[in-house]
Design a protein around this ligand. Structure first.
Ligand code: NAD
Ligand code: TDX
Length: 337
């Protein structure tokens, strides 16, 4: 058995990663470390609770991280403050967890000589104009826009420096926008699905012409496993499913349609300050060198099947999200969103 420490494993992508690993990669002995912030939920791990070890704790706690890293073979580092809108309200938790937390893990990795895979995002590259034919590659210079993306960029830079200066065994992946089960309802897609399920109109920021390169969370996680198995140490891999032609308006209209509402049963609300226009990922290195392929690639938006599955999940798991709905919407309403 290979021992694997998953940070942030009670959050959206981390918990899906743990489910995926238990199902498809039974040779891993998994420990999850998670602080259980507002975004972490032990219910996300309930279906696999008897197959993993769960530790409630903070990745900024150097003593705890030293102990946990010493006891594992691989660390897969998902833990982060992850929501742009929250980073505009209060940036400090982002600096603390994303920067200091990653530093703390890196120091433990360096001391114990263990393998690290660092999970990052397309947002570190900034944004593209709508008519820019380019996509982000592993060589695109960093140009983050928000407190969230700047702290993720900082964490990537720390990992790169620890690879070069100390020779730690690490890989990095930068993935585009994920969607799927267990995503917090503050985020775009689950917010709109749970709005419709609550008889509230979906809320589109500004004109909705912004483009996100959507990928199903299972496709992200299959790529992470491939990088763990075949990735070259020291390398960065871009993960994306080629959905960079789908704008927010198209996504909201598709959700309305799939949920039996009129295509225009939504309203425009205040835009996000500093709103990134377009993300587009060139994942050809991952596909060429490691043979990765996304599974959710159907029809013109690439999202219909994945969205149907996600809508069904929220429909069937009202007990998972219902209690938070009022508070999430009240926080948005304060900002006219
Ligand atoms: P999330 O907010 O759903 O989950 C984050 C998890 O980290 C939560 O369980 C939270 O409790 C935990 N956490 C936060 N601070 C912690 C701390 N100090 N110590 C221990 N645990 C802590 O986030 P997500 O959407 O699942 O994102 C996971 C990772 O993937 C992040 O690093 C994010 O930057 C990256 N990413 C996300 C997306 C996306 O679309 N959601 C896309 C690309 C990359
Ligand atoms: O109600 C909404 N209406 C709306 O139009 C919300 C919540 C969002 N939006 C827009 C803003 C963005 O253009 O939808 C798009 C997606 O918004 P988010 O779900 O907040 O995602 P984004 O800001 O793009 O960041 C996500 O992808 C990259 C994740 O939250 C990050 O963790 C990841 O790094």
């Amino acid at each position: 058995m290979t021992r694997m420490l998953v940070t942030g494993g009670a959050g959206f992508i981390g918990s899906n990663f743990v489910h995926y690993t238990v199902k498809h990669k039974p040779d891993y002995d998994i420990t999850v470390i998670d602080k259980l912030t507002y975004a972490g939920n032990t219910a996300n791990l309930q279906p696999v609770a008897d197959k993993i070890t769960f530790v409630e704790g903070d990745i900024c706690n150097a003593e705890l991280m030293d102990k946990l890293v010493a006891e594992t073979d691989i660390v897969v580092h998902f833990a982060a403050e992850s929501h742009n809108d929250n980073s505009l309200r209060n940036p400090w938790p982002f600096v603390e967890t994303n920067v200091i937390g990653t530093y703390t893990i890196l120091e433990a990795i360096r001391k114990h000589g263990k393998r690290l895979h660092h999970i990052s995002t397309d947002e570190v590259f900034g944004d593209l104009e709508l008519d820019d034919p380019n996509r982000f590659t592993e060589d695109t210079p960093y140009n983050p826009s928000s407190p969230y993306s700047s702290t993720k960029a900082s964490s990537d830079m720390l990992v790169r420096a620890w690879i070069r200066s100390f020779g730690i065994k690490a890989t990095i992946s930068n993935c585009s926008n994920n969607y799927g089960p267990y995503q917090h309802i503050e985020k775009f897609i689950p917010r709109q699905i749970t709005n419709i399920l609550s008889d509230i109109k979906p809320k589109l920021y500004g004109t909705g012409e912004q483009v996100r390169d959507w990928i199903h969370v299972d496709d992200h996680n299959s790529a992470v496993h491939l990088i763990l198995e075949k990735g070259e140490l020291g390398e960065t891999y871009i993960i994306g499913a080629d959905n960079d032609h789908v704008n927010n308006k198209m996504v909201i209209e598709l959700i309305c349609e799939l949920m039996g509402k009129g295509k225009d049963w939504y309203e425009h609300v205040n835009d996000r300050p500093g709103h990134d226009m377009r993300y587009a990922m060139d994942s050809s290195k991952l596909r060429r060198e490691l043979g990765w392929q996304p599974q959710y690639t159907d029809n013109q938006t690439g999202m219909r099947d994945g969205l149907m599955q996600t809508i069904e999940w929220y429909r069937e798991h009202e007990d998972w999200w219902k209690a938070q709905k009022e508070a999430v919407e009240a926080a948005y309403a304060k900002q006219g969103q």
